[in-house]
Design a protein around this ligand. Structure first.
Ligand code: GAL
Length: 687
């Protein structure tokens, strides 16, 4: 395999910003001109300009168009596209064209196809049918990337490289022979000797002891639960293997075009757990994210906010790109609802409020054929006489008015801890309950904070927490000693730290920390749990205490918890086998405090508890706003701030804001700020 590495001479500081040639925010989407005849491509240019588009992702799925037969290259459409877009003043996020191998490649080398855990082969005919670890696939993909860099590296339209596409989207876990071989190499690197692997995996159990790395397989479909640490390491390996694929392509591009920034589009949704994006961050010159709202989710705008905050967390607080979302319906949910009037604009500006410096879509023109023909686009089947087109044009104009927010950062004093390995480990099989979903817990806490108008930064257990007054740690089942110590030191320093049930239970190898739960946080929280008592489906218990609003109910989880001296029980179980026992506790720690929530509270109980925590940590909302009006602030180094007010309700809101200039209407505000029902306002204030 032709493995490239970033040359020693590479100068990271010389990489130009992706938006160096743009005046303001990025606006555009995926552009697939190969699906259309010449006259349509001509019309595209006129309409792209009419909408104010300034950046397009091109050639994502173009490999088979460029190379229909091995070695026969036809660059006509891409040459024309690059030149035409350049002439129109539009920049290009140019893809490596590798997101789907051409049919001749998988026919010639069927061994590059990925496999499921039960051996099912994922054939060509859709997309992403390749094993990222297969050396033959890698060779061909790197060659394709190199060709793109050689041909277009100096093209004036090129803004950045878009590596592959949503790496790991359809095949986050591949169980092919190539993956098995790469897994063994990864394990040998991690453990050094098979004895260390045996210790880490606890293979004294069920006669699983390995005599050699050669005997190790991925966790294939087996008669009973696979070894949990094997499963966890396979998750870690798979994320690393997908990242290594990105890196190889990136290094190939970098060798030829060292000044062109490189990224790939992540998917930081509450449903995508395949990749540990925090470990990918250092390899991306700019974080790019894709997000789609879910039709069946009544609070999809809150889930969107979480996804955006997670993208910003991966970016370490830097501005990021929204690389894809939809103008209206998608095609891949069971029932695909169109967006309501104003919803797409609100969605777009939520992302901007939360740090995006680009708003892009899948895709520019709605396809006439193929599996995505019922997916909305900026320019729909109905043409320009349509609400969707008008909303596209309106958004382009709106983003133009917000040019000045580019580069500013989001202000937050609360942190929400999210960790992918903890997510993987928490949802392994053979656990106290099968009903626990890590992201449900993260999302419940996020929603309660969102409802209180608290903006959070999403952080990892290892992030420096000095800037935060409140640190929320939902179900951090797996944590290493350093992560646990970091969270404890935040409380010592003065933060309010709240940890919830099934946290701190295991170390990084998924071995239980002995002596009582939650092992890693026992001292911090001043609690010790003997046994978990998960609830049956539909079972509820009553919880009482001022901190949970008087009376609350809880489901999913309870536990038998003892409290140490100095730990106050602030809510107790009021019925069931644990009646009278501690449900929520609090303890002074250094200059801060540590709270433990040993159950899953209902919404009202959690809202009341979050209100207590917010008060204790001294957080005040940016601006008092009615329920459903989202307030987020971006700020620049010179003291200028932009207050985004996004009204998700059917009622007009009147906000008591400082005076300033409202950018969407261009009006001076000196008195209350009116935010009509469903509308967005962005108020600039200066220090
Ligand atoms: C993304 C993908 C796009 C398009 C889109 C549809 O996952 O990157 O190519 O398929 O979904 O929602």
């Amino acid at each position: 395999m032709r493995r490239r590495t970033t040359p020693d001479s590479f100068d990271a500081a010389a990489v130009r910003p992706w938006n160096a040639q743009l005046d303001g925010l990025g606006f555009g989407g995926d552009y697939n001109p190969e699906q259309w005849p010449a006259e349509v491509r001509e019309e595209d240019v006129r309409l792209l300009q009419e909408a104010g588009v300034n950046v397009l992702s091109v050639a994502i799925f173009s490999w088979a168009t460029i190379e229909p037969r091995e070695g026969e290259l036809d660059w006509t459409f891409l040459d024309e596209t690059m030149d035409r877009l350049h002439a129109a003043g539009i920049r290009v996020a140019l893809a490596t064209a590798t997101a789907s191998p051409p049919p001749w490649l998988t026919r010639k080398y069927p061994e590059i196809l990925p496999r499921l855990a039960d051996g099912t082969v994922l054939h060509q005919g859709a997309r992403q049918s390749y094993a990222v670890t297969h050396p033959v696939h890698r060779e061909y993909a790197l060659r394709m990337a190199a060709r793109m860099a050689e041909r277009y590296g100096d093209h004036p339209a090129l803004a950045l490289w878009h590596v592959d596409n949503e790496i790991g989207c359809h095949v986050p876990r591949d169980y092919s022979d190539a993956a098995a071989a790469a897994f063994r190499t990864w394990l040998a690197d991690r453990y050094g000797s098979v004895e260390h692997l045996n210790t880490a995996w606890g293979t004294a159990f069920w006669s699983q002891r390995y005599g050699s790395f050669d005997d190790v397989l991925p966790p294939l479909t087996a008669p009973m639960f696979a070894n949990p640490t094997q499963q966890l390491d396979f998750d870690r390996f798979s994320s690393d293997a997908l990242l290594e694929y990105y890196r190889d392509l990136r290094d190939t591009l970098r060798e030829i075009t060292p000044r062109v920034p490189t990224t790939t589009n992540l998917m930081t949704t509450s449903a995508t757990k395949g990749m540990d994006y925090f470990s990918w961050a250092d390899d991306l010159d700019v974080v790019a994210n894709d997000h789609y709202t879910i039709s069946a989710d009544a609070e999809r705008h809150v889930e969107l906010a979480l996804s955006a905050d997670l993208a910003r967390g991966v970016a370490g607080g830097e501005p990021w790109m929204l690389m894809e979302h939809s103008t209206s319906a998608v095609n891949w949910q069971p029932r695909n609802r169109p967006k309501t009037p104003g919803e797409m604009l609100r969605n777009s500006l939520q992302h901007v409020a939360r740090g995006a410096d680009a708003v892009m879509f899948f895709q520019w023109r709605q396809s006439q054929a193929g599996a995505e023909k019922y997916h909305s686009a900026m320019l729909p089947h109905a043409g320009t006489d349509s609400a969707v087109w008008r909303s596209t044009v309106e958004l382009g104009a709106t983003l133009g008015r917000l040019a000045e927010v580019r580069g500013s950062r989001v202000a937050a004093r609360a942190a929400l801890v999210v960790d992918y390995p903890a997510w993987w480990a928490a949802e392994l099989d053979s656990h106290p309950t099968q009903d626990l979903r890590y992201m449900d817990e993260v999302r419940a806490w996020y929603t309660a904070l969102w409802n209180r108008g608290v903006t959070v930064d999403v952080v990892t257990p290892r992030t420096d927490l000095d800037d935060y007054d409140l640190v929320v740690v939902p179900t951090l089942y797996l944590v290493d000693d350093a992560g646990a110590a970091n969270l404890a030191s935040a409380a010592e320093r003065g933060a309010v730290v709240v940890v919830t049930f099934f946290s701190g239970i295991v170390d990084e190898h998924d071995h239980v920390r002995l002596g009582g739960y939650p092992g890693a946080f026992r001292a911090l929280l001043g609690v010790r749990t003997e046994e978990f008592a998960p609830l049956q489906a539909g079972e509820r218990v009553a919880v009482v205490g001022k901190a949970v609003g008087g009376d609350a109910t809880a489901d999913l989880w309870t536990e038998h918890t003892h409290v140490a001296d100095g730990t106050e029980v602030v809510a107790t179980y009021d019925d069931g086998t644990l009646a009278g026992g501690a449900a929520v506790t609090r303890r002074d720690v250094g200059s801060g405090s540590a709270w433990y929530v040993g159950t899953r509270l209902d919404r009202a109980g959690l809202d009341a508890l979050v209100t207590c925590l917010v008060e204790e940590s001294g957080l005040t909302p940016e601006v008092a706003a009615p329920a459903g009006v989202e307030i987020v602030r971006r700020q620049a180094g010179d003291g200028t701030t932009w207050l985004f007010a996004i009204n998700h309700t059917d009622e007009a809101a009147v906000l008591d804001t400082p005076s300033g200039t409202e950018l969407l209407t261009g009006s001076a505000v000196d008195g209350p700020l009116d935010v009509p029902a469903g509308a967005v306002r962005v108020l600039r204030t200066t220090a």
